[in-house]
Design a protein around this ligand. Structure first.
Ligand code: G3P
Length: 231
């Protein structure tokens, strides 16, 4: 079960990487746009991607999405990403007709591919057959469409198991920790989410209340000293 950060915000990545057991970062063009929303000048995309890589380290899964709509353009984007960041990047390809062509071509070159923008079983099953290393079903977006997000993830997990695909489910598109929990329970091996979801999960008042009670009970006996400060 792996937690990833779905953001290009360097400060958030640094902060969360120090606290949580994070197993990687994923980005897409909308996430890149959001992380540069306030900057005056046009960002240096590859410099920023390399800055993220420097924070998470060379071994950590780093998912970067292509931007071209056509398969040839996707292959050129993939080439640029792998050359200007590094060969370990997982190249994210939307599961469209052009995307399936690109996924199959990249897998012939043994490049790690994340099949993304998955809203249903057929997209996912085709991506499995195309050899994708990761599949990213969009949990919240499916739920918003009235689709059974848990059922889609469970079906993907079932096909992976039944046909022994070497593929991991990287569930994405979450609005709260409950959705993340259900994605894991449905069979996702990985989930990528905005840092705010993790931060909110541990800022629950009942957690903080419990800790305050522990501290006040301790102080009632030993005073305002920690265990380490006891003589
Ligand atoms: O990786 C895809 C994810 O970023 C989509 O999230 O919140 O735009 O549905 P969202």
């Amino acid at each position: 079960m792996k937690y990833l950060l779905d953001t290009a915000n360097l400060e958030a990545i640094r902060f969360c990487n120090d606290i949580f057991p994070i197993s990687g970062v994923s980005t897409n063009p909308s996430i890149v746009k959001a992380s540069f929303a306030k900057s005056e000048k046009k960002p240096d995309f590859f410099a920023h991607m390399n800055a993220i890589r420097a924070v998470i380290g060379p071994e950590s899964p780093f998912h970067i999405q292509v931007t071209a709509p056509d398969s040839d353009g996707m292959l050129r984007d993939a080439d640029a990403i792998l050359n200007r960041v590094d060969e370990q990047v997982c190249v994210k390809i939307p599961v469209t007709m052009e995307g399936l062509k690109a996924i199959r071509a990249l897998k012939k070159q043994d490049i790690t591919v994340t099949a993304t923008a998955v809203y249903g079983k057929t997209q996912a099953f085709l991506a499995l057959e195309a050899g994708a290393d990761y599949i990213a079903p969009y949990y919240n977006r499916m739920e918003n469409m009235g689709l059974d997000s848990d059922g889609v993830i469970a079906a993907i997990a079932q096909m992976i198991s039944e046909y022994d695909y070497p593929t991991q489910i990287l569930a994405a598109s979450f609005k709260n920790a409950g959705q993340v929990e259900r994605a894991f329970e449905a069979g996702a091996q990985c989930a990528t989410m905005d840092p705010s979801i993790l931060l909110a999960a541990l800022k629950q008042p009942y957690i903080l209340d419990a800790v305050e009670t522990f501290q006040s009970d301790w102080k009632a006996i030993f005073g305002d000293v920690t265990a380490a400060e006891l003589s």
